[in-house]
Design a binder for this molecule. Structure first.
Ligand SMILES: [Zn+2]
Ligand SMILES: [Zn+2]
Length: 73
């Protein structure tokens, strides 16, 4: 019984990943992080949430949707 709910997100290549909800370290908006592959992040996107701490944060200006920054391996 895991306490944290798990989400499913699709990467640009159409692969499904288990993801967990997290918060952007810079602005505090919701973000998803893949559990099965490090470095995969789904950002909040161009719409900052109410209470966003930094509307010019890169998660809004240059959102990533399942793109990998660090090569896995
Ligand atoms: Zn952010
Ligand atoms: Zn934000």
């Amino acid at each position: 019984m895991s306490a944290a709910p798990t989400f499913s997100r699709t990467d640009p290549e159409g692969r499904l990943h288990d993801a967990e909800l997290t918060l952007c370290a810079s602005c505090g908006c919701v973000q998803y992080r893949a559990l099965d592959m490090s470095g995969l992040v789904w950002d909040a996107g161009p719409e900052p949430a109410r209470g966003c701490g930094d509307r010019s944060c890169s998660c809004h200006t240059a959102p990533r949707y399942g793109e990998r920054r660090i090569p896995a391996d």
